[in-house]
Design a protein. Structure first.
Length: 302
């Protein structure tokens, strides 16, 4: 839908801006044998991996997919397990597609920029691009080639060879970047085409279904907020004797020390029976204890 396209476009734009700032302030090729490759690949791959993990973490579908699924799968019959696995794979592919927007954008932009790739592979350029004495030792050749990304470290007689090598590597990096973009665009397009072909719904029916799911989720969130507030309100009223926001409160309840201790501390989700849980210590107290004790009228002197 339009919202997904806009969200992905915003993510891509923010990734491009972040990559440019990241490159400007942090990237500086070491120009040393054995370190260029590690440094260049780290700047290419590590941010992309972090963005991928963040993409998974920020997607609500990820947590809907994994939360509580261990106990749920234990109750699924063998006849439904295959169908359940297919559904999980489908949702996982959808989540991965959304999560890949930022890392793919990062890789494409950095490859088109070329600096990271030049730094990473400069020392591995074939010898016929070197342009000097071919009798130089392999270690010396690697040392000189590794210094090519840093123009101030290159001898004047190798300036032309250095420029040719840098142009070659930038060409390779940019071609790889555009190929990556082309592969991603074609893959996304074909995926949508296949999904549409195998959809059991017609075009207008699919639009209606998408609208229904969106509206249902909004209404469910509103109902969840109101229901949980009303449910919690009952427990708060039992503990304090009034509800926050009430007008003309006639009396308040004074909780005892034991009751304060009962609702304080760390709380875990507690299973009461086969169908119900206690959500908090206050919830547990309200269901188990009677609200006796001391009450104080608000117009009395304490």
């Amino acid at each position: 839908g339009k919202e997904v396209v806009i969200a992905n476009a915003i993510i891509a734009i923010l990734t491009i801006g972040g990559q440019q700032l990241f490159s400007f302030f942090t990237f500086s090729c070491p120009c040393h044998v054995g370190q260029n490759l590690i440094y260049g690949l780290a700047f290419l791959g590590v941010p992309a991996l972090i963005l991928l993990i963040v993409g998974y973490a920020l997607n609500n579908q990820t947590w809907r997919l994994v939360t509580g699924k261990r106990s749920h799968f234990e109750r699924v019959t063998s006849s439904n397990r295959l169908l359940k696995c297919k559904l999980v794979c489908f949702v996982l592919c959808s989540i991965t597609g959304r999560a890949l927007v930022a890392p793919v954008t990062w890789l494409a932009v950095t490859l088109i920029n070329g600096s990271y790739y030049v730094c990473a592979v400069s020392e591995y350029v074939p010898v016929y691009y070197y342009g000097v004495d071919p009798n130089v030792t392999a270690s010396e050749r690697s040392r000189i080639l590794a210094a090519f990304p840093c123009s101030q470290l290159v001898p004047p007689e190798l300036t032309r060879a250095r420029d040719e090598v840098i142009l070659l590597l930038r060409y390779q990096s940019q071609v790889a970047g555009w190929l990556l973009i082309a592969v991603v665009v074609i893959t996304v397009f074909l995926s949508y085409c296949l999904a549409s072909c195998f959809s059991p719904l017609s075009f207008l029916h699919f639009r209606y279904w998408s609208s229904y799911v969106h509206n249902e989720q909004e209404l469910f969130d509103e109902a969840t907020e109101q229901h949980s507030r009303l449910y919690a309100m009952q427990h708060v009223r039992k503990f304090f004797g009034f509800v926050p926001g009430s007008e003309n409160v006639k009396e308040i309840r004074i909780p005892s020390l034991r009751e304060w201790q009962a609702i304080s501390g760390l709380a875990f989700l507690k299973r009461v029976d086969e169908e119900h849980y206690d959500y908090s210590l206050l919830h547990d107290w309200a269901l188990k204890e009677r609200a006796n004790g001391k009450y104080l009228r608000t117009d009395e002197d304490p």
